[in-house]
Design a protein around this ligand. Structure first.
Ligand SMILES: CC(C)(COP(=O)(O)OP(=O)(O)OC[C@H]1O[C@@H](n2cnc3c(N)ncnc32)[C@H](O)[C@@H]1OP(=O)(O)O)[C@@H](O)C(=O)NCCC(=O)NCCS
Length: 136
């Protein structure tokens, strides 16, 4: 099926179960039963959903600092739907949503294998960043 049949929207309704199921399949872990809507409404600037007809085939979450900086997290496309351009569409909509909301910067971090996706295909510039694992 072509990516033309996928609709991508900013801040449209999603159910906890469909995001949980998509996230579990894309990251290959059991469904976690997360309360996605509570989290999105409380902590997110917005989110992007991709639907093939009614089926949620992609999702991205945009957290923020309440002002200039937005943070792209939880970018997922259903495994059997990957490689059709939906990931790029999700990121494009997240960029536009953050820009329209008045943010100055959209940040993302990722593993090396995803450099081609984020840098070459989605338009991010590389920048230095740091991270501390807080669970160790
Ligand atoms: C990363 C992800 C969202 C990309 O979605 P997608 O719909 O498959 O991406 P696209 O079809 O728009 O791919 C665009 C390009 O990026 C490349 N790409 C996509 N996913 C990739 C991956 N996991 N590793 C390497 N390259 C990847 C594609 O090959 C394509 O390259 P091309 O244009 O040269 O052919 C999807 O693979 C996914 O959900 N992965 C599992 C969850 C994950 O790791 N999320 C990222 C968290 S930071």
């Amino acid at each position: 099926m072509s990516t033309e049949e996928v609709s991508v929207t900013w801040r449209s309704n999603v159910t906890d179960d469909e995001v949980d199921d998509l996230h579990a399949r894309a990251f290959d872990h059991p469904p976690a039963g997360n309360h996605w809507n509570a989290q999105l409404q409380t902590h997110s600037l917005g989110w992007v959903s991709a639907r093939e007809h009614t089926w949620l085939c992609g999702f991205a979450n945009v957290a923020w600092d309440g002002r200039d900086h937005a943070f792209l997290v939880d970018v997922v496309v259903a495994p059997d739907h990957q490689g059709r351009g939906t990931g790029q569409k999700l990121v494009r909509a997240a960029v536009e949503g953050a820009r329209q909301s008045g943010c100055q910067w959209l940040h993302v971090d990722f593993e090396e294998a995803l450099e081609h996706f984020y840098i070459d295909r989605c338009g991010f510039r590389t920048s230095k960043a740091g991270v501390i694992p807080l669970t160790q």
